[in-house]
Design a protein around this ligand. Structure first.
Ligand SMILES: Nc1ncnc2c1ncn2[C@@H]1O[C@H](COP(=O)(O)OP(=O)(O)OP(=O)(O)O)[C@@H](O)[C@H]1O
Length: 228
């Protein structure tokens, strides 16, 4: 589903590579934690998958497509296959929960009848039924992250990328979010999560890929966080 073949990325004007000859293969339906110190290259790894950045050397494949050869007009369609969730939720503050999730479908041209049917279903899945009429500011942090996950998942993407999704949440709330991501993964969505949350990585015992200075230094199934 995601394949890095000897991928290096050096940002313009930088001497050091943000990623250095990275080889990774992630199968459909896997759950993978991406760990490593600040600046080790996790966000760069995720940006390459979304084609927000291009590899300087090597090849990145997503669902069999070589992203280096993808025409720019095909990028939006490719990104629709990937849901994204971030630490800071990124909800539209003036729209209700329902409108936030519906918006993700409107922008890709889904008909109103589909939107009306699908949005309540996904809100129930994430545990937010009854809260569709609220604004983001009327929700807790954990609930806001559930809205963000609903929005990322409503289009049933093949891949869900989560960049520090529990970074702003307390431990108990974080566990709830991880249960939700686990459920989404069990529905055959490939989940790739960058995190500094050692407790969660140690509890979940999923595949762990560790980056250090842009290099993969560990790729372990049922791994632990493993560094301080
Ligand atoms: N747009 C950019 N221009 C130049 N250098 C960049 C850019 N983005 C990242 N870098 C550099 O690339 C390296 C890897 O950064 P990256 O953001 O991928 O790390 P990270 O592991 O995601 O860090 P964090 O955990 O703090 O988010 C760092 O040395 C960083 O300074």
């Amino acid at each position: 589903m995601i394949r890095f073949e000897s991928v290096s990325k050096t940002y313009d004007g930088q001497r050091r590579a943000a990623l250095d000859r990275v080889n990774v293969d992630i199968d459909k339906g896997e759950f993978v934690f991406l760990v490593g110190a600040s600046g080790s290259g996790k966000s760069t790894f995720l940006r390459l998958i979304l084609r927000e950045q291009r590899a300087t050397r090597g090849k990145v494949f997503v669902a069999g497509r070589d992203l280096g050869r993808l025409h720019s007009w095909k990028i939006p369609a490719m990104r629709r296959q990937i849901g994204t969730v971030f630490q800071d939720f990124r909800l539209l503050p003036n729209k209700t929960v329902t409108e936030n999730v519906a918006f993700a479908l409107q922008v890709i041209g889904k008909p109103p009848s589909t939107i009306k049917r699908v949005v309540p279903e996904v809100l129930e899945l994430v545990g937010l039924d009854g809260k569709g009429g609220r604004l983001p500011e009327e929700l807790s942090g954990g609930e806001q992250q559930r809205v963000a996950i609903a929005r990322a998942f409503v289009n049933r993407p093949m891949i869900l990328i989560a960049d520090e999704p529990t970074g702003n949440l307390d431990p108990a709330t974080s566990i709830g979010i991880m249960k939700l991501l686990d459920r989404i993964n069990r529905a055959d969505t490939t989940v790739l999560m960058a995190t500094h949350d050692s407790t969660i990585v140690d509890q979940m015992r999923k595949r762990v890929i560790e980056l250090d200075d842009g290099e993969v230094v560990r790729d372990q199934s049922r791994g632990v966080y493993g560094y301080q």
